[in-house]
Design a protein around this ligand. Structure first.
Ligand code: SF4
Length: 252
């Protein structure tokens, strides 16, 4: 079985892709999983919970990818290393997760070991696993790994857009420009190589756009957290506390 694939969009850019199922679900054997433990509002408008991602054979492949990493991480790692030793991956790009995230520290560590062992391949990822990256990646990142922290997760408030490379999902291109952010629409690699902060136009999926209601994801997430805090304290929600992406020029 081939582990790394190319969908139409990433093939155009020469990028290979590794996918897990998005967010939470149940494996065929009945076990529950959450492949995006720090997902927040993003799970309500996640492109990978729509369209072709829901085709039974696609969903089954992604779930099998996850099951393999859960049940036999060393065996999966060995197979991934073997595949990446093929010459087609020399100087190629691999996007780790067009859906899913680094759902455990052991899994993230396995990827870091893979990257260090395959230095001729370049890897990149979006992630909401900020704390795990602070501890395991930031102190000594593999030199062939680029990442961007994406808003819309439960760890948003720990991001500092003046220091961290961050990306936010905007309602459209115009709102990205108006905020002074930098669209990655032309090439997904701009999310990690282009100017920061990074703006991503929302996918044209009507029910997701309706939920987003013209907000960028960082503000949507901050609003949800402010409302939750207000419920806890019995006060009125104030300006979205923790929305650090509000100012123009700040840094999905
Ligand atoms: S973390 Fe990414 S893949 Fe997971 S639910 Fe959020 S947007 Fe979807």
């Amino acid at each position: 079985m081939t582990l790394l694939r190319q969908n139409r969009e990433l093939k155009r850019l020469g990028i290979w892709n590794w996918s897990l199922p998005a967010f939470a679900g149940k494996l065929p054997d009945g076990r529950n999983y959450n492949a995006c433990p720090s997902a927040g509002i993003c799970a309500q408008a996640c492109y990978a919970r729509n369209g072709t991602y829901l085709f039974p054979q696609v969903k089954a492949r992604h779930q099998e990818n996850l099951r393999w990493t859960m049940d036999d991480l060393p065996g999966w790692q060995h197979t991934m290393l073997d595949e990446l030793s093929h010459k087609r991956f020399i100087d190629a790009w691999v996007r780790i997760h067009d859906s899913g995230d680094f759902y455990s520290r052991a899994y993230l560590t396995a990827w870091l070991e893979i990257m260090r062992a395959r230095q001729r391949t370049r890897f990149y990822a979006y992630t909401k696993e900020v704390a795990a990256f602070r501890d395991l990646v930031e102190p000594n990142p593999p030199r062939n790994f680029w990442w961007v922290y994406s808003y819309g997760g439960t760890q948003d408030s720990t991001l500092d857009p003046t220091v961290d490379r961050v990306a936010d999902v905007f309602p459209d291109e115009q709102s990205i420009t108006a905020a002074g952010w930098h669209s990655q629409e032309e090439s997904d690699l701009l999310a990690v190589l282009g100017p920061t902060p990074v703006g991503i136009p929302a996918n044209n999926i009507a029910h997701f756009k309706a939920r987003q209601a013209g907000r960028r994801w960082s503000r949507w997430q901050a609003g949800v957290e402010a409302a939750r805090a207000a419920r806890r304290t019995g006060t009125q929600p104030t300006t979205a506390a923790g929305d650090r992406s509000g100012a123009s020029g700040d840094p999905r």
